[in-house]
Design a protein around this ligand. Structure first.
Ligand code: ADP
Ligand code: GLC
Length: 474
């Protein structure tokens, strides 16, 4: 089975969040179980710089906005997964991230930039493809690739498509004028199409035109059919519920393995967990926290957005400190949240520390060095950090939502609280501190989490079954 997996980010080439982790791990996992899965992504500078040998395999003309593009073929680093890179400097060579400039503003031509990616994907999936290799199915991810199923529809649906929703909060909404450059028929701008309250929504295009929709946990698949987490798409999603499936993400157990993680000052495992003490001590040192082996140390790693509930963490920070705990936070995002995090750290020198920015190594050291991980997300389609925490013997404290609900077992592998309020989070933190003081019980919880298997194999098999079902029905 040949699958073209199209995405706007993939680790280790370019990453803003979990979508990159998934895109970097699921295609190789699908190949492991015998599928010919290949990736397609934009040629941002960071991607072009990190590519190994790449050959030009096609030229595209007649693309949205009249942009010319080349298609390069390389492989995803550290794997044999073929990687097609859409090289269109006019669209993708920018200073800044994949979606925003260095000041955090969305690029003004994002509508065109991602129409281009989607258009290329649809072309590679159609009989007019410049490549000999033709996929049997197109797998799209989030709004950035939402137009691909629409293009495919108007090319006569040569192959089926799946759209995976990683986060319904990002809907790719653009003014109706965007239609002028897309090259889609005017009839697609309708409620039976990609029109969304008078605008164009790329995500809606994906949800409407794909043969199947998946999201990244079973709980989130249910939540998005209702308000409030349907975020305006609940009507469409509940109409399509027979085509909607929740498949839990896995984690890259090679990158995230406390017994071989090169980012850590010491290794540890279920059989020899004592190296974790050294990780804690070194993390306290690195972050300027008091060297107290017995102080419960809470960790946070998150994009600093409303979704992640950093305000709830800050609301319990004083309480943590008063009970003798410590808190370390890593993240970047909303400037107001960043400032509030900095202010809280400044009020508690030696007990609360933060690093505003993106730091892969530190994220591993926090997962390993913290005693417990806080993830009070208001909603969480899947969430990866709670799974990293379980694997690193760092029982997570999570809000009962989406993938957090599906991966953490209250009182067994971590702590689950029901309402996203400071009070509910605080009660969970208190439960954690009480258990932390009872060493054998805490160790039992650590080990229970470390025993859980979140490797990609199970998810890859679930995607394989879905692909077979769709292709079989064609
Ligand atoms: P989301 O995709 O909503 O951001 P996930 O939990 O699925 O949430 O994935 C987030 C990923 O990004 C994790 O691998 C996490 O470690 C990483 N991450 C987020 N912020 C940072 C940061 N500031 N530095 C390093 N890694 C980060
Ligand atoms: C999104 C979600 C997160 C999920 C990730 C990968 O960014 O916010 O919950 O884990 O995508 O699917």
């Amino acid at each position: 089975m040949k699958i073209l997996f199209v995405t706007s980010e993939a680790a280790p080439l370019i990453k803003t969040g979990g979508l990159a982790d998934v895109s970097g791990a699921l295609p190789p996992a699908l190949r492991e179980i015998g599928l010919d899965c290949r990736l397609l992504m934009p040629g941002y500078p960071a991607v072009l710089e990190k590519l190994g040998t790449a050959v030009v395999v096609a030229h595209f003309a007649g693309m949205p906005g009249g942009i010319e593009a080349r298609l390069l073929l390389s492989t995803l680093p550290k794997s044999d997964t073929p990687l097609y890179v859409l090289d269109a400097p006019q669209a993708y060579v920018r200073q800044g991230g994949p979606y925003q400039d260095a000041a955090g503003q969305d690029y003004v031509d994002n509508a065109l930039r991602f129409a281009l990616l989607s258009h290329a994907a649809a072309l590679l999936a159609s009989p007019g493809s410049p490549l000999e290799w033709r996929p049997d199915l197109l797998h799209c991810n989030d709004w950035q690739t939402g137009l691909a199923p629409a293009y495919l529809n108007f090319l006569g649906r040569p192959i089926p498509s799946v759209t995976t929703v990683h986060n319904l909060a990002y809907q790719g909404i653009f003014p109706p004028m965007a239609m002028l450059q897309l090259g889609l028929p005017a009839e697609s701008f309708s409620i039976e199409g990609l029109e969304y309250y008078g605008n164009v929504s790329y995500l809606k295009a994906g949800l409407y035109y794909s043969d199947r929709i998946t999201t990244v946990s079973p709980s989130y698949a249910g939540e998005i059919q209702l308000e409030p987490l349907g975020m305006g798409m609940q009507g469409l999603l509940s109409t399509r519920r027979a085509d909607l499936r929740g498949i839990l993400n896995g984690i890259d157990t090679g990158d995230w393995n406390p017994s071989s993680d090169l980012h850590l000052p010491g290794e540890y495992s279920m059989r020899a967990p004592s190296g974790k003490k050294r990780c804690k001590q070194k993390l306290q040192e690195e972050m300027g926290l008091g060297q107290e082996a017995d102080a419960p140390l809470f960790g946070v790693i998150a994009r600093m957005t409303h979704q992640k509930g950093l305000d709830l963490v800050l609301a319990v920070a004083d309480g943590i400190v008063h009970r003798g705990g410590q808190l370390v936070m890593l993240g970047t995002g909303d400037k107001l949240i960043e400032q509030a995090v900095r202010d809280t750290a400044a009020r508690h020198p030696g007990r609360v520390a933060c690093m505003i920015g993106y730091d892969e190594g530190l994220s591993h050291r926090i997962e390993a060095g913290a005693d417990s991980f806080l993830m009070p997300s208001r909603f969480e389609p899947c969430g990866l950090n709670q799974m990293y925490s379980l694997r690193y013997g760092t029982p997570p404290i999570v809000h009962a939502t989406g993938g957090l609900r599906d991966t953490v077992e209250d009182g067994v592998t971590g702590f689950v609280f029901q309402e996203p309020t400071p009070h509910a989070l605080w009660l969970a933190v208190e439960r954690a501190m009480d258990l932390f003081a009872q060493k054998p019980a805490w160790k039992k919880m650590m080990l229970a989490g470390m025993h859980r298997d979140f490797s990609w194999e199970n998810s890859a098999k679930a995607y394989q079954a879905l692909y077979e079902e769709i292709i079989g029905r064609q």
